[in-house]
Ligand binder design. Structure first.
Ligand code: 5MM
Length: 335
């Protein structure tokens, strides 16, 4: 893919209202999610789960891209087509998760560092060449604990790795989706989440600039600014919108291709209503880049609950999935 294609791909991913389905749960996470809904996991059951979400007719009305896990690249839909091909034929860009998960940091085991730089260049080139992926995602995980965490060391080291991966992906001709996730877990206030998102994003942008990335071909994936899930506080969508957009406007330069949100453990309704309020506030505040969704749980969990791994439930599960996609699509447009 030439640079011009890369930029076109970055812009198509954040096409107004359309968003990205994050179907890139690693095997361990995918198994945990299936088991949560009473589904016995196996390679074939994970393939059926991916088929449920990727082969639903008309998802291209709402989705610009889907992030896949490596196992899914070489699996086929019920129709006999490889999943990346199926998506391209629908006009949806297939992407790939290229990080290899997190481990505790050597100097501070309470914080996490993301692995996957070893052999990255070869893996990225292979995914692009053999599976025709158009973008690649790397997730760093940032924990909040009062004023103690995150440490500057965790922010700088994770930002450096995000920038190194992003450079490698861009040089291969794919769009990097750069995800520093600030976790919802904890007793912290929404103000603290906002400050940490802003500081984290500043560290990431500085690292990307150090690597001379073409920012117009970069998509950033972020959490929303929310009170911690053990804070006892429930934020209104307007509060979330103001703090989230302010943190991002203060840290992300004009010229970036776009910003996408993860759902991070919010209910599907919360993730929808908060996104709608963000779209309204962003328009009012004049945020300089498009913003949309890149949800995993908030798009899939209602359908998994209905599906429960059974063929006879596929149609009903797809109905509820399409209904959620439509709600989130409208919310992203502020409608
Ligand atoms: C934060 O997780 C990302 C978005 O998902 P939610 O909308 O559910 O928060 C998601 O893309 C995540 O990176 C993948 O599911 C991979 O997660 P694991 O834990 O398997 O690396």
């Amino acid at each position: 893919m030439m640079l011009v294609d890369l930029l076109a791909c970055a812009h198509s991913l954040v096409h107004p209202g359309k968003g990205i389905l994050a179907a890139d749960e690693s095997t361990t996470t995918a198994d945990k999610r299936l088991e949560q809904f009473g589904i016995k996991s196996s390679v074939e059951m994970r393939r059926k789960e991916r088929d449920l979400f990727l082969a639903t007719p008309d998802i291209e009305k709402y989705l610009s891209g889907v992030i896949l896990y490596q196992e899914t690249l070489t699996q086929k839909s019920k129709s006999g087509k490889y999943f990346p091909k199926l998506l391209w034929e629908k006009g949806i860009v297939p992407g790939i998760k290229v990080d290899e998960g997190t481990e505790p940091m050597a100097d501070n085991p309470d914080e996490l560092i993301t692995n996957g730089l070893i052999g990255l260049e070869d893996r990225v080139a292979k995914y692009h060449k053999e599976s025709h992926t158009g973008f690649a995602k790397w997730r760093a995980v940032i924990r909040i604990d009062g004023d103690r965490l995150p440490t500057a060391q965790a922010l700088v080291e994770n930002a450096k790795r995000l920038a190194t991966y992003a450079k490698c992906v861009q040089e291969t001709g794919m769009v990097p989706v750069v995800e520093p996730e600030v976790l919802l877990e904890g007793k912290h206030s929404r103000a603290r989440a906002r400050a940490v998102i802003e500081t984290t994003m500043k560290a990431v942008i500085a690292a990307l600039e150090d690597q001379s990335l073409d920012m117009s071909g970069v998509v950033v994936k972020t959490a929303m600014a929310l009170s911690g899930n053990k804070s006892g506080r429930k934020d209104t969508p307007e509060e979330v919108a103001e703090d989230t957009v302010t943190a991002l406007v203060n840290s992300i330069p004009k010229g970036l291709a776009g910003v996408v949100f993860l759902s991070g453990g919010q209910t599907p309704d919360q993730a929808t209503e908060n996104l709608r309020a963000i779209a309204h506030y962003a328009a009012k505040a004049g945020a300089p880049w498009p913003m949309t969704f890149s949800y995993a749980r908030a798009l899939q969990e209602e359908a998994l609950e209905v599906w429960r791994g059974k063929e006879e439930n596929v149609d009903a599960a797809r109905d509820i999935y399409m209904s959620r996609l439509e709600k989130v699509f409208n919310a992203a447009r502020g409608a």
